[in-house]
Design a protein around this ligand. Structure first.
Ligand SMILES: [Fe+2]
Length: 331
C-alpha cells in the first residue's frame, strides 16, 4: 500500500525487547481525595497504604498497580513495563544505552516503593518517564475491590493498556518497536492517526495517536464482566462531565467500553471483552473502517473529527460490521 505510514519507517531491524506487559503506572496529583473516591468508588480498585503523600491501588493479586502521589501537577508520572528477570533487565539496559539513551538503575528505596525486586529508569523520546522492572511482589492479602465488581482481567495480559498522544508519532515509533520490541497490531489514518502495539495476547498494551500535542491520553483497564462496565457507566453519569467517551465497541480490540475522566484530566477506559490475539501469527493491517462499531462518542475530538467518526460508525452499521462475542480463553 503506497500510503502505508508504517512501511515508510526506516527498517533498522527488529530486536525483541523482552517486555512482557504493562505492570503499573504512577500518577502525580494535587487531588488525592478525589483520586481515592474515583479509583475506589467508580473503578473498583482497592486502595491500600494510604499515607500523607499518597496511596497505592490494587487491581489483582499484585501489591501495586497504580501509585498515586501528591504533587504539584496532574499527570501520569511513570509507566512501568515488566520484564522476565534481572538478566532481561540487564540486556534491556545495554540495548538502550548502546542506542544512546540514558538509563539509570533504580535504587533500593524506589524498588521498595514500586514493590518490585529490581528496576531501571529511562525516558522515551517524548520525555515520558519509563521504568522497566522484574520481580513484582504480590500483596500478602487477597484483592478486595473498592466496589462490588467481579474483578479485573490482568495476569499475563498485564494491568491494561496505555495510549499516548504525540505531535509526531512516526518519530517515536522506532524507539518502541526497535528498542523495546513492541509489535504493531494495526494502525488507522482516520478520523485520527493511531498506531496500536502488542506485547502479549492483549491486542494492544500501548498505542500512539497523532493529535497535534504530546501527552497522555488514557489508561485502559479491563473488567471480568460486562455488568461491571455497565454499572460503572451508570455511576459515572451521576457526575457532570465524568464521561469522556460514551459506551461503545472498538473495532480493533473488540473492547466494549466507556472512558471516564480522572481527577487529573486524562481518561481511564473501562472495558470488557477484549479479543486475544496470537502474537506469533498476527499480521498488522490498516484499520480503515473506523475505531468503533458503534457508540464511543468522543468529547475530546474536534467537531469535524467527531462528524467523521460518526460517518464511519454509520457506514460500519450499514455494512453490518461486527465481531464475535467475547468468550473467555485460557489467559
Ligand atoms: Fe483504549
Amino acid at each position: 500500500m503506497a500510503n502505508d505510514p508504517y512501511r515508510q519507517l526506516p527498517d533498522r531491524g527488529r530486536t525483541e525487547g523482552g517486555l512482557r506487559s504493562l505492570g503499573y503506572i504512577g500518577v502525580e496529583t494535587r487531588r488525592l481525595d478525589d483520586w481515592a473516591d474515583f479509583a475506589s468508588g467508580l473503578l473498583g480498585m482497592q486502595l491500600v497504604d494510604r499515607r500523607d503523600r499518597g496511596f497505592v491501588l490494587r487491581t489483582d493479586e499484585r501489591a501495586a498497580r497504580v501509585l498515586v502521589e501528591d504533587g504539584t501537577s496532574e499527570r501520569v508520572a511513570v509507566m512501568g513495563w515488566e520484564v522476565a528477570d534481572a538478566e532481561a533487565l540487564a540486556a534491556l539496559a545495554a540495548r538502550l544505552s548502546d542506542a544512546g539513551h540514558a538509563v539509570a538503575p533504580g535504587d533500593r528505596d524506589l524498588a521498595e516503593r514500586r514493590r518490585v525486586a529490581g528496576l531501571l529508569v529511562a525516558r522515551d523520546p517524548l520525555g515520558n518517564r519509563l521504568e522497566f522492572f522484574h520481580g513484582a511482589a504480590d500483596a500478602p492479602k487477597p484483592f478486595v475491590p473498592g466496589r462490588a465488581i467481579s474483578g479485573f482481567r490482568t495476569g499475563s495480559l498485564g494491568l491494561g493498556h496505555v495510549v499516548l498522544t504525540a505531535r509526531s508519532p512516526e518519530a517515536v515509533i522506532p524507539f518502541y518497536t526497535e528498542l523495546l520490541g513492541f509489535r504493531l497490531s494495526d494502525y488507522a489514518l482516520r478520523p485520527f492517526r493511531a498506531w496500536f502495539f502488542h506485547l502479549n495476547s492483549r491486542h494492544h498494551s500501548f498505542a500512539l495517536i497523532g493529535t497535534g500535542a504530546d501527552g497522555f491520553h488514557h489508561l485502559m483497564v479491563e473488567l471480568d464482566s460486562l455488568d461491571d462496565v455497565g454499572q460503572a457507566y451508570d455511576l459515572a453519569q451521576l457526575d457532570d462531565g465524568r464521561v469522556g467517551v460514551t459506551l461503545g465497541r472498538h473495532s480493533n480490540d473488540h473492547m466494549t467500553s466507556f472512558y471516564a475522566r480522572s481527577p487529573s484530566g486524562f481518561m481511564i477506559e473501562y472495558g470488557w471483552g477484549g479479543r486475544s490475539i496470537d502474537p506469533e501469527s498476527w499480521r498488522p493491517f490498516e484499520c480503515d473502517f473506523g475505531p468503533s462499531f458503534w457508540g464511543h462518542e468522543r468529547a475530546w475530538l474536534p467537531l469535524d473529527k467527531r462528524a467523521e467518526a460518526l460517518r464511519l460508525r454509520l457506514a460500519a452499521a450499514a455494512a453490518g460490521r461486527r465481531a464475535p462475542d467475547f468468550v473467555r480463553g485460557d489467559d
